[in-house]
Design a protein around this ligand. Structure first.
Ligand SMILES: Cc1cc2nc3c(=O)[nH]c(=O)nc-3n(C[C@H](O)[C@H](O)[C@H](O)COP(=O)(O)OP(=O)(O)OC[C@H]3O[C@@H](n4cnc5c(N)ncnc54)[C@H](O)[C@@H]3O)c2cc1C
Length: 510
């Protein structure tokens, strides 16, 4: 029996959340699908590892777009509809914000959130609620327009707030509310999840972020993000998808402007009408298309014209005491020496010291995640790839340990406990770890930066023009919905939808 079929409808490069979402959707429509994953496990960054007999989450802090069981948002609903049965836990708070002079824990739910800010900065309830309500209106428009594109005049009529704010940055729109600085600071923490300072961050992106996380809360899978990856892979296989691990795709085969297959590092040539790639367009257009003469100049201009977004630096520790004994009270802490997002975004270009961090104590959202008497605590910052690209191999170990020490010292001061005295296990993830593990271009986990000159709305308008090779689609943080595990699912679905639409057009033209 041959290992591969003679031909597939679709080959998917990468068996992580985006690729598996494409696979599920295509298999659901009866297409023959092959997923080629270079690792021996599905999930990419949505994975875990074991140290000292303890399974440790590699990345996930919290996921957006899941929603309650009886009121799912788009990602939760898709997974339910596909029969991917995940035990979700709701994260108990939005976040604890820690800035000089401010220590406050805020909870999801628009009114609750506004009330809690009002308790710290009196007199701001109505304005904060108005900001959140505007975010919610824009969020609803984005959701509707991404499914039902409509003419510009109709958009103006039905989605006025979306249209009116689309051309403005988060800072510009927030300034119109004339909120005191202390209240604005408390609306800032999630900026790091989309990785652009407020002067450059399109308000559309901020709206989606705030409406989803604050309006509906965030979720984690009880058995870590790897539960999601494994269950998606298992379900895809049950639906007929062929998944092959340890198969690194080196080349995407193209003739006369159209894909016809791939070649793996093992030398297998496998044929298909469509290819969906998790590998970044930068990598695909500069080294994976065979022959490279099939890459149009415009594709190179497109990848060179976009700015890569953030990577991650994370210190993940298993500590020898329960959270409460170490003074850790919150699942999620965002901490900075200020809430100045533009300044922090600039600092992220460097190798530290990093003055804006996000911490998770997993046990406070998932009590049994580590053995009794211990807890899992991670400190993460999201540096831009520029700085880390300058680190020489001989300096890597030293730089990595210096940065980790700075972050641990900062949180030790904060809790008044030397966390290093309590470490049972410790793992340090750097942009290099991520680049090495997932093949992500420069270790960039966030795709291309959202900016006012490369705006999501413009990207939606030009998506069709960015199809440089027939039959080739992309699925990953580098696509329209951007970074994160929820958006990875949405990006995977969008790539599958593009393939299904193209197949339907081809069928109709026969
Ligand atoms: C420390 C950290 C914390 C994070 N926290 C959160 C969070 O709290 N919430 C959130 O939503 N997101 C978070 N993220 C981001 C999130 O993990 C990613 O955005 C998401 O998992 C990306 O999924 P993906 O499917 O697009 O890509 P990836 O997970 O990068 O997967 C790409 C896959 O393709 C495979 N591949 C690549 N090239 C090839 C090839 N040539 N041949 C075969 N296989 C190939 C790789 O092996 C990999 O499996 C975090 C990330 C990190 C690093």
């Amino acid at each position: 029996m041959k290992f591969y079929k003679d031909h597939y409808d679709v080959i998917i490069i990468g068996g992580a959340l985006a690729g598996l979402s494409s696979a599920l959707m295509l298999a659901d429509k009866g297409k023959s699908v092959l997923v080629l994953e270079r690792h021996n496990l599905p999930g990419g960054i949505a994975t875990s590892f074991v140290r000292g007999g303890i399974e440790i989450e590699a990345a996930l802090h919290e996921m957006m777009s899941i929603g309650e069981k009886n009121n799912r948002l788009k990602v939760g609903k898709f997974l339910d509809d596909m029969g991917v049965d995940i035990e979700w836990l709701k994260v108990p708070e939005a976040y604890h914000a820690s800035f000089p002079g401010v220590e406050v824990t805020l909870h999801p739910g628009f009114e609750t959130f506004a009330k809690e800010i009002d308790a710290v900065v009196p007199g701001t309830y109505d304005k904060v609620l108005a900001v959140l309500s505007l975010c919610h209106t824009v969020f609803d428009s984005v959701n509707e327009l991404s499914i039902h594109p409509m003419s510009k005049p109709m958009m103006l009529l039905k989605h006025e707030a979306f249209v009116k704010t689309a051309g403005y940055s988060t800072k510009e729109v927030l300034d119109t509310f004339h909120l005191p600085k202390e209240a604005l600071d408390l609306l800032a923490p999630y900026w790091i999840y989309v990785g652009t300072g407020f002067s450059e961050l399109p308000f559309t992106i901020f709206s989606v972020l705030m409406a989803d996380y604050i309006g509906y809360g965030s979720y984690i899978p009880k058995k870590l993000s790897h539960e999601m990856s494994l269950k998606m892979a298992e379900r895809a296989e049950a639906m007929g998808v062929q998944i092959e691990y340890r198969q690194h795709v080196e080349k995407i085969l193209v003739k006369d402007g159209r894909v016809y297959g791939v070649r793996t590092a093992r030398g297998d040539e496998i044929y298909a009408d469509y290819v969906i790639s998790a590998a970044y367009p930068n990598k695909v257009y500069t080294s994976m298309i065979e022959p490279l003469s099939e890459v149009p100049e415009k594709a190179i201009k497109m990848v060179n014209g976009r700015r890569l977004s953030l990577s991650a630096f994370s210190v993940i520790m298993i500590l020898d005491k329960p959270a409460e004994e170490l003074g850790i009270k919150d699942y999620s802490i965002f901490r900075g020496d200020s809430a100045d997002t533009d300044k922090h975004y600039d600092d992220l270009k460097t190798l530290g010291p990093y003055k804006y961090i996000t911490c998770i104590c997993h046990n406070l959202g998932n009590p049994s995640v580590t053995p009794e008497g211990t807890c899992s605590f991670s400190i993460t910052t999201l540096p831009r790839v520029d700085g880390w690209k300058t680190v020489r191999a001989e300096d890597y170990d030293r730089v990595k340990h210096e940065v980790a020490k700075q972050l641990i010292d900062d949180m030790s001061d904060y809790f008044g406990v030397n966390l290093l005295d309590h470490v049972l296990e410790i793992v340090i993830e750097t942009p290099m770890t991520i680049a090495h593990y997932t093949g992500m271009w420069n270790g960039c986990i966030y795709g291309y930066a959202h900016t006012m000159s490369d705006h999501i709305v413009a990207r939606l308008q030009t998506a069709e023009e960015e199809h440089f090779i027939d039959g080739l689609e992309f699925a990953g943080a580098h696509q329209i919905s951007g970074d994160g595990m929820g958006p990875a699912v949405t990006n995977g679905r969008k790539a599958a939808k593009n393939v299904l639409d193209a197949m339907a057009r081809k069928e109709a033209a026969k």
